[in-house]
Design a protein around this ligand. Structure first.
Ligand SMILES: NC(=O)c1ccc[n+]([C@@H]2O[C@H](COP(=O)([O-])OP(=O)(O)OC[C@H]3O[C@@H](n4cnc5c(N)ncnc54)[C@H](OP(=O)(O)O)[C@@H]3O)[C@@H](O)[C@H]2O)c1
Length: 302
């Protein structure tokens, strides 16, 4: 069983299943244990890894980089995604006294260069602007992107949590296409299904990455009416699909969307990554998809 590929550009593809490193410090892996986890992912064709400057209190990129440094030849077998622009008080940035966003040219370049050092790599495959910045000057972002690309430090650029108008604004100043928008989408979070963001991605053939694809784990632990309803519905559908688990059904539901969503998993457990890869080939009927939508919304479609 191997993860399928999504072609983002002529020379960049992602694995459909993408592990995220936001929680890596909670996994408590030593560098060699994390390396082993990375290798097991690669063996399943899971080659795209999502990171951000801020994860793990600005230390997650370093955790990945320390593992990669144990076997640097693996770098050519993977795609690295990371993000910039969110800042919050932290010893890595002693001058920062409140959470804010920074999309100035200097900050984007400095943040990308810091990510390169922490990840112990020469190139970031895709650098994302993590959240829309109300003070974003699109010309300035474009200038930073051009400088990073021309220096060979970043291959492609994307965004995260952007609405269509934010993407339009930034794209209007860029020479190259935004290749992804990483947004929250799951059976427990439907906003981007309805607010035009996924439609925009489909229209412009931009690959959406879905963060918290199982609701950050709350899908399994919450006892609110919606979560209970969703678990019951997905358990029943999973049984009908031949005994698949709730997390696999939640992922299969995302994968049915025509915008070709790539889920970004938060699990540190390799067996759950394997289950996600298996979910890529789960069939789901249109009516099963709508059953889950209805369980999430609590009402039928009009
Ligand atoms: N762009 C953004 O703004 C943004 C924001 C948030 C996250 N992200 C990215 O998205 C990634 C995923 O986010 P996430 O961690 O919230 O995603 P998630 O996959 O929805 O949630 C992961 C959590 O759910 C638990 N879990 C998974 N399957 C489970 C199961 N079958 N039963 C019980 N618990 C289960 C995991 O625990 P175990 O480890 O024990 O499996 C983990 O604590 C992050 O790593 C990051 O890369 C991006």
């Amino acid at each position: 069983m191997s993860s399928s590929r999504i072609q983002l550009t002529d020379d960049l593809s992602f694995s459909r299943t993408i592990p995220g490193l936001m929680r890596v410090r909670n996994w408590d892996y030593s560098p060699s244990e994390l390396l082993d986890w990375i290798k097991q992912c690669l063996d399943m064709g899971v080659t795209t890894f999502d990171n951000a400057n801020i994860y793990g209190g600005f230390t997650a990129e370093a955790a990945f980089g320390e593992a990669l440094a144990l076997e640097p030849s693996l770098r050519d077998k993977m795609e690295l995604v990371t993000k910039c622009d969110i800042l919050f008080p932290n010893e890595a940035y002693p001058h920062v006294y409140l959470p804010h966003y920074d999309t100035t040219r200097d900050h984007i370049i400095a943040s990308a260069e810091r990510s390169l050092r922490k990840l112990q790599t020469e190139t970031i495959d895709v650098l994302l602007i993590h959240r829309p910045d109300p003070l974003m000057d699109a010309d300035e972002v474009a200038s930073a992107f051009t400088a990073l690309h021309e220096a060979g430090k970043v291959r492609y650029f994307g965004v995260s949590n952007f609405l269509p108008q934010h993407m339009d604004l930034l794209q209007s100043r860029l020479d190259t296409a935004i290749v992804t928008n990483q947004v929250e989408v799951s059976v427990t979070y439907l906003d981007h299904i309805y607010n035009g963001t996924l439609d925009y991605c489909q229209q412009h053939r931009i690959t959406p990455m879905a963060w918290s694809p199982v609701g950050g784990g709350r899908l399994f632990t919450s006892d609110d009416d919606r979560s209970v309803r969703l678990r019951e519905t997905m358990q029943r559908i999973g049984n009908n699909l031949g005994g698949t688990s709730i997390d696999q059904v939640a992922l299969a539901w995302l994968l049915q969307h025509p915008s070709k969503i790539a889920p970004v998993l938060g699990t540190g457990k390799i067996e759950r990554v394997r289950a996600a890869v298996e979910a890529e080939s789960l069939p789901m009927t249109r009516q099963q998809w709508f059953e889950i939508l209805v369980a999430s919304q609590g009402h039928n479609v009009p």
